[in-house]
Design a protein around this ligand. Structure first.
Ligand SMILES: *Cc1c(COP(=O)(O)O)cnc(C)c1O
Length: 447
């Protein structure tokens, strides 16, 4: 089979995601044959360091033997059974494990197969909760400017990205946005924390005016991924949580990208807790926690919404219509749950969060010349995410950088002028050196 005819077949038979297909007339698709650790191998034997964890999903490398084995064992036992009226061991184990790990109070797991569906579920439960509590006027949401929560219609209504949204405005409910606490917008001399708290004042003003019809505030904790790895101070989350308590608005933590250890703690929301000025008995956890992407280690489509007992109880009744009657065919798929359980076991067995802390220190150290590069601005890091803007004359930076990176054996996928690293956690020191030195070479070469 020639490479050429294979690519032509993929061009016509497959409609690729997030892609203007015509661009592939000049920018060929990369056919991947196999993966191993951080490396992807194409049909010609070239390899690419997967510095974006294949769209932020892979945590422990491609073809991880431990996860492979867990899925294989499950496959011999039960591939799938519907989760309405039935249950199975992997979904019970996973739900109990997640509830133990999550911020306090999030004990009820509702499953779906992708991130956007988890967002739909959180939005629907929130509105339905208020309806069950005789507050059916609470049907609006607030999100941050530049937010990304997925691309189904409900999720798009809380996503603030014109490129993904404009064509569908007629189908989408209008929801408000408030300023992002993005520290790059702080005044000279203003700390990231002070700026975050100043932004929270605008959230407060909005809640004060509109809380009667607002069901929930939804946020990507610590890092707004799709906006270009926008980073902000955790004090914002603590303040926003307190405001949501005060104004009776749910707090939805969308940790689809940042959960599962990505920001240095198992869940990004944990980092807000030390900034919370506690008044007795107040809720300092989110009301909803949404996970997907890394949840199954990057193996199988799986997402989950963890909800509090107060929310769960509002649906627990004799009347059918008071229940949450949402479903997906593959809800709680046993193979995906096994992949997630194996992923959580790897965190535990290998003390991954502390070994990641060492990796973060190491990469920050060797990245000093990159940080000092004349084209590089706003070099920043949160846990296992790094990002920086590149000053470059071309308006096709993202595509040029992507192509040049492939020539240097790296899979980088810039967002506009922002280059980011979000590598699998199994990346080694020599691999981090390859990542940094080749990125510097790309910065030197690009124009
Ligand atoms: C990727 C992502 C989603 C959507 O997940 P899909 O599985 O792509 O539908 C939602 N929220 C955030 C923060 C994400 O990064």
């Amino acid at each position: 089979m020639s490479n050429h005819s294979f690519l032509a077949r993929s061009m016509s038979a497959v409609w690729h995601p997030c892609t203007q297909m015509k661009h592939h007339e000049t920018l060929p698709l990369i056919p991947i044959q196999r993966g191993q650790g951080v490396w992807l191998y194409d049909f010609n034997g070239a390899c690419y360091l997967d510095a974006v964890s294949s769209w932020w999903v892979n945590l422990f490398g491609h073809c991880n033997p431990y996860i492979n084995r867990a899925i294989t064992l499950q496959l011999e036992q039960l591939e799938h059974v519907m989760l309405a009226g039935f249950t199975h061991e992997p979904v019970v184990q996973l739900s109990e494990r997640l509830a133990q790990l999550a911020p306090k109070g999030l004990g009820h797991c509702f499953y779906a197969s992708d991130g956007a569906s988890a967002i739909e579920i959180a939005l629907k439960i929130s509105v339905h909760y208020w309806r069950n509590n005789n507050q059916s006027q609470k049907t609006s949401f607030i999100s941050l400017q530049g937010s990304y929560h997925g691309e189904t219609l409900g999720a798009l209504s809380v996503t603030d990205m014109a490129l993904f949204k404009d064509a569908y405005r007629a189908l989408i409910k209008q929801n408000a946005t408030v300023p992002s606490p993005d520290w790059r917008n702080a005044e000279p001399g203003e700390s990231a924390q002070d700026y975050a708290l100043r932004c929270a004042e605008q959230l407060e003003a909005h809640l004060q005016q509109n809380h009667h019809h607002i069901a929930a505030f939804i946020v990507e904790p610590l890092v707004q991924g799709a906006a270009g790895m926008v980073m902000y101070h955790p004090a914002y989350l603590a303040r926003a949580r307190a405001l949501c308590n005060q104004y009776h608005v749910h707090f939805i933590a969308d940790e689809i990208a940042v959960g599962m250890g990505r920001t240095g703690t198992m869940f990004a929301s944990e980092q807000a807790q030390k900034f919370f000025v506690s008044e007795t008995g107040e809720n300092i956890s989110p009301d909803f926690l949404c996970l997907s992407k890394g949840l199954s280690g990057g193996y199988l489509p799986l997402s989950v919404v963890l909800a509090t007992d107060a929310i769960y109880q509002a649906f627990y009744a004799d009347r059918l219509s008071q229940g949450f009657l949402h479903s997906h065919s593959y809800t709680g798929n046993p193979l995906a749950c096994r992949a997630a359980l194996a992923t959580l076991e790897l965190f535990e067995h290998n003390d991954v969060l502390s070994s990641n802390r060492q990796k973060t220190i190491y990469l920050n150290r060797i990245a000093q010349p990159l940080r000092d590069h004349p084209r590089v601005k706003n070099f920043r890091n949160t846990g296992m995410i790094w990002a920086f803007e590149v000053e470059c004359a071309t308006d096709q930076f993202a595509q040029r950088c992507f192509s040049l990176a492939l020539q240097h054996g790296l899979l980088l996928r810039p967002i506009g002028n922002t280059v980011y690293f979000m590598p699998p956690y199994v990346i080694t020191e020599p691999e981090m050196e390859i990542l940094v030195t080749h990125t510097i070479a790309i910065m030197d070469a690009i124009s």
